[in-house]
Write a protein that binds this ligand. Structure first.
Ligand SMILES: Nc1ncnc2c1ncn2[C@@H]1O[C@H](COP(=O)(O)OP(=O)(O)OP(=O)(O)O)[C@@H](O)[C@H]1O
Length: 537
């Protein structure tokens, strides 16, 4: 994914790099000119050297500013590109994997994208610094080989130390990233658990001190350790640079027999190494943090390390279905402590039927609805459409048969039909009126005026969206549970029969036994098995 992003934005990146290299060249010319003026090794007056040096300065400034422009372009493009790619990958993840990673999504899109982008952003600057350092070293070699050898010895020590510290901090950054995810989860609780926390001071104190406070403090410890080691790298490397320059001056004068002007010019040019070297050391921070995010994203699964996923959906592929069947379908939740086992289950759903599904809490009704709609792939057995056993690659097309209002449904603030268009205004208004929402909500070009409604009203809005989708199969998971008596009656005795009359197939999870007579069949589940499957009387 990272390589793909760099490839896509190679032109601004290469341009920023080339401009940075040009600017590095101008700055090294300037350094040599400063050295020449300071050392007095030129023909004519110092004024004759001033204009060329000023020209180098202006060139360096212009090239650096241009490099920054391309760098800013590259940085912004990389952030939005990585975000789009990550969003697409999260959206393409299958339901089971997404559910087990949902706490990590916000962190990945905010923290990891920013860290990776910052790591990529330092590339042109690091190139600039590396080139200035290299040019500087070449110039130093030209000034004096023996003195350069003294300096080079220190550079080797410095690089070796930086690499060792880099390895030392990798573990800290991995831990910091894990801790940030748990912090994000606790931050969410501040808003989402507001009511529970407000009504229980002891719980609020426990959360604030023991849960949130501890997570913040743990993260502080890891941050401190990581930054301490990175700080040591900076301090140590700067000390080495100064020690190197001191040694050059000392060795040059005391042992190597270099003349004073030679050593002075070498020392002045060496001082120009400090800027690029500290820039390179600072870049290490970004690289360590960025690489920890790359490694972290890889832990989210193969979807994050391979090429972009291409999903093409054919919504009409199963449109002519007449029979859906479960053949010995089984499902085991990963890591389920109480070892709930769904199935093996045989079940059949015929086109145009209205089936009610009932059963006690934890009997497997919601699991059945997720398997039936293709949100979960069975761990064993087959789901068949008219005898065709669905494979993992069929599920995307298969899911297009359904509209479902699950217990944990999501309400969008715009209404769309199955083709992604805004439905006609008159149709929307008629539906809002039918569902008793017309005095609460209006729609303009399909956009709803508000979602701030009661639980029951929000579910009616979810049903409005469902109607507009005009799907083959409707699944409702305890839809009527939040409705008042009149709407509950309306749902079972008017809306469901109307949908059936319009040729829809209906699967209704319900405990409302007084309306069971509306169904064609009532399926009762117990412990993940069909305990009864009978025509309603
Ligand atoms: N996300 C999950 N992870 C692990 N196990 C789960 C998960 N969801 C459900 N289960 C397991 O599956 C069992 C059946 O859950 P399911 O939600 O299908 O029951 P249900 O009949 O819909 O219950 P309810 O009437 O309470 O909504 C649960 O007892 C639990 O053991």
């Amino acid at each position: 994914m990272i390589a793909e992003t760099i490839r896509r934005h190679r032109i601004p990146l290469a341009t920023a790099g080339a401009l940075a290299a040009g600017s590095a060249l101008a700055s090294i010319v300037l350094i040599t000119q400063i050295g020449t003026i300071a050392g007095g090794v030129f023909a004519g007056t110092p004024h004759s050297m001033l204009w060329p040096a000023a020209a180098s300065l202006v060139a360096m400034l212009a090239l650096s500013a241009a490099a920054q422009t391309f760098q800013a372009h590259f940085g912004a493009a990389v952030i939005s590109d990585l975000r789009s790619q990550l969003c697409a990958r999260f959206m393409a993840l299958d339901y089971a994997r997404l559910m087990s990673n949902r706490e990590r999504i916000a962190g990945a899109l905010v923290v990891d994208v920013t860290r990776i982008a910052q790591m990529l952003l330092v590339l042109p600057q690091a190139l600039f610094n590396a080139l200035v350092a290299l040019f500087c070293l070449a110039y130093l070699a030209w000034l004096s080989w023996p003195l350069l050898l003294v300096l080079a010895g220190f550079v080797v020590i410095s690089v070796a130390c930086a690499l060792a510290i880099l390895r030392r901090t990798e573990g800290f950054f991995a831990r910091i990233r894990e801790e940030e995810d748990s912090l994000f989860r606790h931050f969410r609780a501040i808003a989402e658990a507001k009511k529970e926390l407000s009504m229980n001071a002891a719980r609020a104190a426990h959360f604030s001190e023991r849960v949130l406070g501890r997570a913040i403090r743990d993260n502080e410890v890891s941050l401190r350790a990581a930054n301490r080691w990175l700080g040591y790298t900076e301090v140590w490397n700067m000390a080495i640079v100064y020690a190197a320059i001191l040694s050059v001056a000392f060795m040059g004068r005391a042992y190597l027999g270099q003349d004073a002007s030679q050593v002075a010019r070498f020392v002045i040019a060496s001082l120009f190494l400090i800027g690029p070297i500290s820039g390179l050391i600072a870049a290490i921070r970004q690289v360590v943090a960025g690489m920890s995010s790359v490694r972290y994203l890889r832990t989210l699964g193969p979807a994050f390390s391979g090429p972009a996923l291409a999903a093409s959906i054919d919504p009409t592929r199963f449109a002519g279905w007449s029979r859906l069947s479960f053949r010995q379908v089984e499902y085991r939740y990963p890591g389920d402590a109480d070892e709930f086992r769904f199935g093996p289950m045989d079940l059949e759903l015929r086109r145009g039927e209205m089936v009610f599904v009932t059963g006690g809490n934890g009997s497997g009704k919601s699991t059945l609805s997720l398997l039936l709609t293709g949100m979960l792939a069975p761990s064993g057995g087959e789901v068949r459409v008219d005898g065709h056993a669905l494979t993992a690659t069929d599920l995307g097309d298969f899911r297009q048969l359904f509209t479902a209002v699950f217990a944990d449904y999501w309400l969008f603030d715009d209404l769309l039909d199955r083709r992604g268009r805004s439905p006609p205004q008159a149709g929307i208004e008629a539906l809002l009126h039918r569902l008793g929402l017309d005095r609460k909500v209006t729609a303009t070009d399909g956009r709803l005026s508000t979602l701030d409604l009661s639980q029951g009203q929000r579910k009616r809005l979810a049903l409005t969206q469902g109607y507009l989708e005009d799907s083959d199969i409707y699944l409702f998971d305890e839809w009527a549970a939040d409705q008042d008596v009149e709407f509950r009656r309306c749902f079972y005795q008017e809306l469901l029969p109307e949908l059936k009359a319009a040729g829809k197939t209906l699967v209704v999870i319900t405990h409302d036994d007084r309306y069971f007579d509306v169904a064609d069949r009532v399926v009762r589940l117990e412990y993940g098995q069909v305990a009864a499957d009978a025509s309603a009387v």
